[in-house]
Ligand binder design. Sequence first.
Ligand code: GLP
Length: 245
Amino acid sequence: MDIITTTSYEALSITAANYIIEKLNNNPSAVLGMATGGTPTKMYEFLIKDRIQNNTSYQNVTTFNLDEYVNLAKNDANSYFSYMNKHLFTHIDITKQNVFIPDGLAENLEDECKRYEQLLQDKGPVDVQILGLGENGHIGFNEPGTPFTSRTHVVELTESTRQANARFFPSLEDVPTHAITMGIASIMNAKEIILLVSGKNKADAFERLLHGKISEDFPASILKNHPCVKIIADRSVLEQSSIIA
Ligand code: GLP
């Protein structure tokens, strides 16, 4: 794992955005794996800025989102469908047909997972997968204990994940209990992975990622087995860390 440390969240976001822009310049039909949550929002801002300034085209880009809540309407402000439209898609020239997000409202969720996994196989592999890090080490919504061999599946969110995400919802009760997520094996299939780590609340997880053993109890630890992972971490994480100060 390649670790890049930045002086601020802003610098982390620019570094990640520049990396993606460079990839798109080299390969205008790249397949990007998109993450949601608080961490990547500024990276998306920089991608939009670049789109305005340099006209980077997304017309031939394909995107796959990591996950989606179950039972939230697509137009619900907290669905990841709405998140992606708000933070990126409505600001770039992406082709709607090339955007893939699991359907958390599908009548048969198991079939939806199979369909999504098949799409990943057919249109993939993902060239660059963006990831955030859960406080409990989750990637996508793969909670501790998820088999490393998992493919796209339905997951019951842990109480700690629901609490961590409650800040986006009117109350904890409004946070969905389930989600569809790409599995750990699906994520590991990407050619390159960029893990963004920002915020004091991620310091423990970051330390465990760097120095702990590879174990299904800590999903992100599997990234150590991937041949091309970049971790971009900002100072707020490092200052809390007893290892790198
Ligand atoms: C969420 C998402 C993940 C995200 C992670 C960290 O629950 N499902 O994809 O990376 O948790 O979120 P944040 O960046 O808001 O800390």
